[in-house]
Design a protein around this ligand. Structure first.
Ligand SMILES: NC(=O)c1ccc[n+]([C@@H]2O[C@H](COP(=O)([O-])OP(=O)(O)OC[C@H]3O[C@@H](n4cnc5c(N)ncnc54)[C@H](O)[C@@H]3O)[C@@H](O)[C@H]2O)c1
Ligand SMILES: [Zn+2]
Length: 405
């Protein structure tokens, strides 16, 4: 038996933010990030809609990008005090993910961060509050997913919390919010969305339900991502929907080792100034992992199907896989994303020698590979890498060399 789980309601389309008026409750806490939602007036609008719904509203602001365990605990303490029956998270993946983890701690104050990280091991939520997520970036799709990514900065590791319990009750997918994204954010979040769809399509946990969502997301992303990056607002609006479809696919269909690698490299070089942004990491690693996974015959055939839907050339599956890899590399060029960690420079742009020196990478490689194998996303990857293989894939992702094993 498999399970396909989504929010009870997904309000989508321009102006959908207004759906906040339909929430029923007494007290709502709005969880929000560093300022973009306030600056563009969305926070005030959200607050007013909730007040119109007759709720008392408080705001927890300043949730940082790649939120920390500490932020989660602080937010949960505010919730204990205010006792909301609605948690409304608005912004990118970071504030929404943080709010999901705060929700767990609010419902079960004795829970530790370690408890939360037990995959599909959460107790029943919704004894105190329901959850509404309003996404402002077009990538993570956390507004519809059963995941939250929290960073433990002491260990330099991102931990996924995964359980259908944290699937939001209500998702609001309003493209108006995505229109204010700067180009770089469009690029990174868009490649994150493409990675979600591709990984979900070849995952061992896939199903016919998730396939339908993944394929349509891929077709839309192929059509709209580059135009969205180049400030075409119709394409930008479409991307906001496409990333959500990809989210519906991977929330039930799960992911693979592109994400395992991204989670374990994102913060580990922070002491060298290299915070490898999630979407950029995925964009660099996806072509390498496709080559690695294509040694699995089922995965190869499924990449071939993706290539067919994308109308890429190829007389057989090997050629189609190669065409898919080339297509993704071409996308990275159009979006100004490097092809390897070695070339990951300031502002995430490609450069000859990026932040992470070779000797530092090689020294940390065994630990990174070990942690990537243990990541929650590894289990559903088509191939199960051992330590040596994971190190080898990561090396290819550092030097941008070909995966031939
Ligand atoms: N839960 C999941 O399923 C899932 C999936 C993938 C990634 N993630 C996690 O999500 C996080 C990344 O989220 P993200 O990529 O959405 O970025 P983010 O939430 O970290 O935001 C990045 C920056 O963009 C700004 N911003 C957000 N929306 C904006 C808008 N509309 N206009 C202008 N500026 C805006 C923010 O203020 C912030 O400075 C990472 O921690 C990643 O690991 C979670
Ligand atoms: Zn992702």
């Amino acid at each position: 038996m498999q399970r396909f789980t989504n929010p009870r309601d997904i309000f989508h389309g321009k102006g959908a933010l207004e759906a906040l008026k339909t929430l029923e409750g007494k007290r709502a806490i709005i969880c929000v990030g560093g300022g973009s939602m306030k600056r563009f007036g969305f926070l005030e609008r959200a607050e007013n809609y909730l007040k119109e719904a007759g709720m008392e509203v408080t705001i927890f602001e300043g949730i940082e990008s790649d939120p920390s365990v500490d932020t989660v605990m602080r937010g949960a303490a505010v919730m204990q005090e205010f006792e909301p029956d609605w948690i409304v998270a608005i912004g990118g993946g970071s504030p929404i993910d943080a709010a999901k983890a705060m929700w767990i701690k609010y419902e079960y104050p004795e829970t530790t961060f370690e408890d939360m990280c037990k995959i599909f091991g959460l107790p029943k939520l919704r004894t105190k509050a329901h959850f509404c997520a309003v996404s402002s970036t077009s990538g993570t799709a956390t507004e519809v997913t059963a995941f939250s990514i929290i960073t433990d900065y002491e260990k330099g590791i991102k931990y996924p919390i995964a359980d259908f319990e944290i699937t939001p009750d209500v998702a609001i997918v309003d493209p108006d919010l995505a229109e204010t994204m700067p180009k770089k954010l469009v690029a990174h979040t868009g490649m994150d969305a493409l990675t979600h769809a591709v990984e979900a399509y070849v995952s061992t946990a896939r199903s016919d339900f998730t396939d339908a969502m993944a394929i349509h997301a891929i077709e839309m992303i192929q059509r709209d991502l580059v135009d969205s990056y180049n400030e075409d607002m119709t394409a930008r609006d479409n991307m906001h929907i496409a990333q959500c479809l990809a989210g519906v696919a991977f929330s039930s269909g799960l992911l693979g080792i592109v994400h395992s690698m991204a989670h374990k490299t994102g913060a580990v070089f922070a002491d060298y100034g290299a915070h490898i942004i999630h979407g950029a990491a995925n964009a660099m690693y996806l072509p390498k992992v496709i080559a690695y996974n294509a040694r699995d015959l089922v995965a190869k055939q499924r990449y071939g199907v993706i290539a067919d839907y994308m109308h890429l050339d190829g007389a057989n599956d090997d050629e189609k896989v190669a065409a898919l890899i080339e297509y993704i590399r071409g996308l990275n060029d159009k979006l100004n994303i490097p092809h390897g960690i070695k070339f990951y420079g300031a502002d995430s742009y490609p450069t000859e020698q990026g932040f992470v020196p070779e000797e530092v990478f090689l020294e940390r490689l065994p630990e990174i590979a070990k942690n990537a194998i243990l990541d929650a996303c590894t289990g559903s990857n088509p191939r199960q890498p051992d330590q040596a293989e994971m190190e080898a894939v990561l090396k290819c992702a550092y030097y941008d060399t070909e995966v031939d094993f």
